[in-house]
Design a protein around this ligand. Structure first.
Ligand code: GRF
Length: 236
């Protein structure tokens, strides 16, 4: 039998999905192991969840990197033209200068992110409440032979991409909400769907109860989808 899937996880906040993944690895629901947890900010509470289990952690301080960006920091393998031609996060209406600056500043953070992650020999990169968009520069470096970055999104994609899936679902007046695990591609929450779970939204629900219902399902869905990835790709 081959070794377990090495899972790297990126977070920005409380890390309840990270906890669900760690627990599922420990209980054998996932034939894998969380080998490293990274965050985009020092205050991500979920880092303690990893530390409590002896999992290595690191922080790439995106805000600081973006604030202090200078052209001469661009990675030598960064190709702006290539990245701009691939990305579908911004549409043609967007200010081209802002789009360029976005891609350049992110690439500086992403080079550090990639170099740090690389030393952990990961098979799968799971975004768990990671509130940063990854650019084609980073995605291509990670994917190489196949898609290996996945994300959990708090809505039934392709409806309600973006940062507030449960809020958008609730405010729209949907009678059903849900969560989605998908591969990460060059767009925003637009990659191929791996799995979804749905719940009913009743008249008595509030945004809070919608979020509670959704998160509970996320904690089941994410480990399930990681195990699917494991079965599909990770030779046994
Ligand atoms: C989840 O709802 C996830 O879908 C969204 O951000 C939230 C993160 O929660 N992207 P947690 O940090 O896993 O507790």
């Amino acid at each position: 039998m081959c070794r377990k899937t090495n899972i790297a996880v990126l977070i920005s906040g409380s890390g309840t999905n990270l906890q669900a993944i760690i627990d599922a690895c420990e209980s054998g629901k996932i034939d894998g192991k969380v080998v490293v947890v990274g965050a985009d900010n020092n205050n991500a509470k979920g880092l303690d969840r990893a530390k409590n289990r002896g999992i290595p952690t690191f922080v790439i301080d995106y805000s600081q990197i973006i604030k202090s960006f200078k052209d001469n920091q661009l990675p030598i393998d960064f190709n702006l033209k290539d990245v701009l031609s691939k990305q579908s996060i911004f549409d043609t209406e967007s200010d081209p200068e802002k789009v360029k600056l976005f891609m350049m500043t992110r690439s500086v953070a992403e080079e550090k992110l990639f170099n740090t992650l690389s030393s952990f020999d990961f098979d799968l990169l799971a975004l768990a409440g990671f509130m940063r968009i990854l650019t084609p520069y980073f995605i291509d470096k990670v994917n190489k032979d196949r898609m290996r970055i996945i994300n959990i999104h708090p809505a039934l994609l392709p409806s309600f991409p973006g940062t507030d899936g449960y809020g958008d679902t609730f405010r729209y007046g949907c009678k059903v909400g849900g969560c989605t695990v998908h591969f990460v591609d060059y767009g925003e929450d637009s990659g191929p769907i791996i799995g979804q779970k749905a719940f009913e939204i009743n008249d008595c629900d509030t945004l809070e109860t919608v979020k509670e219902k959704g998160l509970k399902l996320e904690w089941e869905l994410y480990p399930h989808c990681i195990q699917l990835f494991e079965k599909l790709y990770h030779h046994r």
